[in-house]
Design a protein around this ligand. Structure first.
Ligand code: HEC
Length: 122
């Protein structure tokens, strides 16, 4: 009896899981623009090069020029992803700071997609 109950519970959970995935898809009617032909955004392939070219001259390890922290490893970037996204999109307090040029829209989109896709490392 308990065994049958467990099977039933597992079936319910998988049904719920399937439903919630479907409704997430429904909430995204327009497909995201996808600059990565493989469709998967990863830290090593897509995100690290953006930081290497635009951020680590200040956010190195140790950080320089008044930057508060390093952004050189996967865990450091992952831990701050929300504040990073808000600062790269900020018009009043942008990162990188002027006179450095801001990230391109494609680079901002990639970082956003990386977060939305679950912050994959590889
Ligand atoms: C020219 C040096 C410089 C560059 C390049 C630079 N930063 Fe910064 N960053 C700073 C300084 C200085 C601060 C601290 C002052 C502030 O918050 O504005 C800072 C703060 C931040 C903060 C806030 C951290 C916190 O915990 O409050 C984030 C997030 C950030 N930077 C992200 C980035 C990202 C992402 C890039 C690259 C796209 C970048 N920065 C490039 C100098 C830099």
């Amino acid at each position: 009896m308990n065994f049958i109950k467990s099977i039933f519970v597992i079936l319910c959970i998988s049904a719920l899981y399937t439903c919630s995935s479907d409704s997430t898809d429904d909430l995204t009617p327009t497909p995201d623009p996808d600059p990565d032909p493989m469709g998967t955004v990863t830290y090593e392939a897509d995100i690290k090069p953006i930081f290497t070219n635009n951020c680590i001259q200040c956010h190195g390890d140790p950080p320089t020029q008044g930057a508060p922290k390093p952004y050189v490893t996967y865990n450091q970037v992952k831990a701050d992803v929300n504040i990073i996204i808000s600062r790269i999109n900020s018009t009043t307090n942008p990162m990188p700071p002027s006179p450095n040029s801001p990230l391109s829209q494609a680079q901002k989109t990639l970082i956003q997609q990386w977060r939305d896709g679950g912050l994959l490392e590889n």
